[in-house]
Design a binder for this molecule. Structure first.
Ligand code: PLP
Length: 459
């Protein structure tokens, strides 16, 4: 061991104390930090020959970068769909690094049991039937990828091909149907060699980004039993809108199609009696993607894939080698072989706050989105582009083009009280405000509205 490593080892309690103090300083100032920030990056450093040791490396990092980190874990970062980190999830995540378990196989640790247990807790939270098997992955993008890889395996098996063994060479196209799949679903189709353009657009319901179930039914009927993969949304990213999973699912059952549901954040509607009806029909799904680092409020690098076709999923993701276990190990379910102990922060937060805590969080987020929607509808500067269905308000300036919207975003970023990201919806340049952070409270709404009004009158 090098001198520096043995010195750091002997000083580990002090180093961890410094990390704790840094984390606390960051977290206690989070509500006052700029919600989003984009300073000029410093010139890149070279690799030191001698090394600095952990204390100096931490001090250097803090000096160079800490002031430039965003308050995205804080209460008024409303861009994308951004969760924070609950205290229990943070504790769990810190311990993940300390324990440094590899959740590839069950042969040397009980950690895989924590993952299986956490998956059961989530299945219960989401109201998914017991026959859905799951795995933790890095996010909903990976969950969509795993789901569609399994769907592709299924579809081509039906045509007599084992794509995981033989590849896609010379095979017929498979029908992929959807209305407004998330960009990560298209990314998955690109990675899988099916192509982003594989999606055949199903007409949407008027003024909504979801499939017209009658049009889907007609398209499936016309396929005459050929395998099809149907892409449904449980929480469309601009509006939080939902496909009618009951009608879509019935059609898929009738015609033997694969139903994939992207529920990255929307699946958390299941926590709230007021919103759970939006997921009616979820049980028809063949595969479901969900995110941990959004509404579950665990740190980044947490997604969950659920499937009813575990054997097929494993035929795609199986890694066969004499030195790897043959057991029903988790490495055969996901793209990675070596796997982080991602389940622990999720397990911690689920155990710490329970069903009631998650219901309260989801309902508060939805109430905040509704409150913002009402404030915007009453504003002289803004109008809603879609009704607030869940935790997202999608809105635009009443007048002006994309350039004015971009000036508005820049003014809001300079103001620092709140952070939004842009979108394009109903042919209008808009903004989205997504509420999914456990820290966001009623008291943040007037601050958010005041920042919006001030910025609009400046651009
Ligand atoms: C509906 C939906 N699907 C998938 C994703 C991708 O999730 P991630 O960025 O966690 O991979 C998102 C992210 O916003 C989403 O909203």
């Amino acid at each position: 061991m090098s001198d520096l490593l043995s010195r750091d080892l002997s000083r580990l309690p002090d180093l961890l104390e410094q990390a704790r103090a840094s984390a606390l300083e960051f977290l206690t100032t989070l509500p006052e930090r700029p919600a989003g920030i984009r300073p000029e990056p410093p010139a890149p450093l070279g690799l030191p020959d001698a090394g600095l040791g952990a204390e100096d490396a931490l001090a250097l990092f803090r000096r160079r970068y800490e002031a430039g980190l965003s308050g995205s874990a804080g209460p008024r970062y409303l861009g994308f769909v951004t969760g924070g980190t609950t205290p229990a999830a943070l504790v769990g995540d810190w311990l993940v690094s300390a324990y440094d378990q590899n959740l590839s196989n069950s042969g040397d640790s009980l950690a895989t049991s924590v993952e299986r247990e956490a998956l059961g807790l989530l299945r219960s939270l989401f109201g998914l039937p017991e026959d859905f098997e799951g795995a933790f992955v890095s996010g909903a993008t990976a969950a969509n990828l795993v789901s569609l890889a399994t769907a592709r395996q299924w579809a081509l098996e039906r045509l007599g091909h084992d794509v995981s063994e033989e590849g896609l060479w010379g095979l017929p196209r498979v029908a992929v149907l959807g209305s407004a799949p998330h960009a990560s679903v298209l990314k998955a189709l690109s990675i899988l060699g099916m192509g982003r353009r594989a999606v055949q657009a199903i007409p949407s319901l008027p003024g909504r980004p979801v499939m017209d179930p009658k049009a889907l039914e007609a398209r499936l009927e016309a396929l005459g039993g050929a395998p099809a993969i149907v892409l449904a949304s449980a929480g469309e990213v601009n509006t939080g809108d939902f496909d009618d999973l009951e009608a879509v699912g019935q059609s898929c059952r009738r015609h033997g199609a694969w139903l994939h549901v992207d529920g990255a954040f929307g699946i958390f509607a299941a926590c709230s009696p007021a919103h759970a009806h939006l997921l009616r029909g979820l049980e028809h799904a063949d595969s479901v993607a969900a995110d941990g680092h959004k509404w579950l409020n665990v740190p980044y690098d947490s997604g969950i894939v659920f499937t009813r076709h575990l054997a097929r999923q494993e035929s795609v993701f199986r890694a066969v080698a004499a030195y790897l276990g043959k057991g029903p190990d988790l490495l055969h379910r996901t793209p990675e072989n070596s796997r982080r102990f991602r389940a622990l922060p999720a397990w911690m937060t689920l155990m710490a706050y329970g069903r009631d805590g998650h219901r309260a969080l989801v309902e508060r987020s939805c109430a905040l989105a509704r409150g913002l929607g009402e404030g915007l509808a009453a504003s002289p500067h803004y109008e809603l582009l879609a009704p607030v269905m869940l935790n997202i308000a999608c809105f635009a300036l009443r007048s002006g083009d994309a350039a004015r919207r971009d000036r508005l975003l820049a003014a809001l970023q300079a103001d620092g009280r709140v952070h939004f990201t842009p979108t394009q919806y109903a042919d209008r340049p808009g903004l989205r405000a997504a509420f999914s952070n456990w820290r966001t409270a009623e008291a943040d709404l007037p601050v958010i509205l005041a920042a919006l009004e001030a910025a609009a009158s400046r651009v």
